[in-house]
Design a binder for this molecule. Structure first.
Ligand SMILES: Cc1cc2nc3c(=O)[nH]c(=O)nc-3n(C[C@H](O)[C@H](O)[C@H](O)COP(=O)(O)OP(=O)(O)OC[C@H]3O[C@@H](n4cnc5c(N)ncnc54)[C@H](O)[C@@H]3O)c2cc1C
Ligand code: SF4
Length: 342
């Protein structure tokens, strides 16, 4: 780890002022924000991120860590801890996919430390990204190539990639946020912004070192999840190499509203197999207005994985993705009908 200066931001306006050179959080930005530190310190110890200045946002927990349910939806402060949100009775009852995706992530110690804002900004687990002795990594070292395309890529993405980067977005909670059409609040040097969560992460393009659409100095202050009938009937299915303390190799967040046997609305988020938190719009369209049978779920899984590209070792994810979606759809169907109406 390299030497760096450390400052605590006493409030949001100071955080924004001190954080003007955070870039978009890319690895070479001279300033980095610190929340729980479970991603940032890891990458600093590996010399992947080498900020000159670290701005500790912990004091913002005072005003931006509450969990506030209302008739309209659920507002979550970005500095709430993962464990705190996963255990909240309203989140568990009315937004089960959120609670499950948090509870199935990382370890108890990490969940007690890590924040929601830091969680959605976690970096890929690509081995080449996390080991600076590999020169070829466009995400860490723009223009250097991608060692994973012809290398060790068993855990890499099959959806939304291109030859410049095939990294997998590793988080769980963001997948649930995609399914529930969450929104985020940001505050930065140019003022406040309110965005669909789906627009936070960038698609794969020729600049994989730019992962989000955050502006320099912007702080995520809150998440908002609309109250819907499909949020109440929602589920997170995570497939991983071992049963606990492991990232997804495939995951699906399904939120479902039924009208008798017919699908009135469905939302499908995918994780572990895509470049960014992913939404399976074509599978949703295919299911809407029809009975949710095994055959329909299988066809939806096929549709969701259309266009998936394997690179050898990760070819298995295309079939696994289909199965994971089917399983999540059938689990959501088996849940009791929600009390909330659309
Ligand atoms: C061993 C291990 C296993 C894990 N397993 C899983 C898993 O199975 N599933 C999963 O989803 N995650 C997993 N994680 C990732 C973990 O959930 C994240 O590290 C954690 O959520 C990050 O939150 P943090 O508050 O510690 O972020 P930090 O490390 O403090 O910050 C991460 C990044 O976000 C920026 N940042 C933080 N908060 C804000 C904000 N409010 N506004 C703007 N920028 C901000 C920081 O500048 C930094 O660049 C694992 C991590 C480890 C170390
Ligand atoms: S997949 Fe992306 S993160 Fe991994 S080596 Fe290639 S460019 Fe780097």
């Amino acid at each position: 780890m390299r030497p760096f200066s450390y400052a605590r931001a006493p409030d949001l306006s100071q955080a924004v002022r001190l954080g003007q050179h955070t870039g978009q959080g890319q690895t070479d930005a001279p300033v980095q924000f610190l929340a729980g530190g479970t991603t940032l310190y890891d990458l600093m110890k590996l010399d992947v991120m080498v900020p000159e200045h670290v701005i500790d946002l912990t004091p913002l927990r005072g005003g931006h860590a509450s969990i506030t349910p209302s008739a309209d939806g659920l507002r979550l402060g970005a500095f709430a801890r993962m464990a705190q949100v996963a255990a909240h009775p309203v989140v568990r009852a009315d937004y089960p996919v959120l609670a499950e995706s948090l509870q199935l992530a990382a370890s108890a110690q990490i969940r007690n430390m890590a924040t929601l804002g830091g969680n959605v900004l976690q970096r890929t687990r690509c081995t080449y990204f996390r080991d600076p002795s590999w020169a070829a990594c466009n995400k860490r070292n723009p223009g250097s190539g991608c060692a994973a395309v012809d290398g060790f890529n068993r855990n890499h993405a099959v959806l939304g990639t291109n030859a410049s980067c095939i990294a997998q977005y590793p988080g769980d909670w963001a997948v649930a946020l995609m399914a529930l059409e969450a929104e985020i609040d940001l505050v930065g040097p140019l003022g406040a912004r309110h965005l669909p969560f789906a627009s936070l992460h960038r698609s794969a393009d020729k600049q994989p070192h730019l992962e989000t659409n955050l502006r320099p100095g912007e702080v995520i202050t809150a998440f908002f999840i609309p109250a819907t009938a499909y949020a109440q009937r929602s589920v997170y299915v995570k497939v991983r190499d071992r049963a606990s303390y492991e990232f997804a190799i495939a995951s699906a967040a399904v939120a479902l509203e039924m009208d008798g046997d017919i699908v009135r609305q469905v939302r499908i988020g995918l994780g572990g197999m895509a470049y960014r938190p992913w939404r399976a719009h074509n599978a949703e369209t295919m299911l809407t207005g029809k009975p949710l049978t095994d055959a329909a779920a299988e066809a939806a899984g096929q549709a969701a994985m259309e266009g998936a590209v394997g690179r050898g070792q990760n070819d298995y994810k295309i079939a696994l993705g289909r199965q994971t979606i089917m399983r999540a759809l059938m689990q959501a169907k088996a849940m009791p009908a929600p009390s909330r109406k659309a």
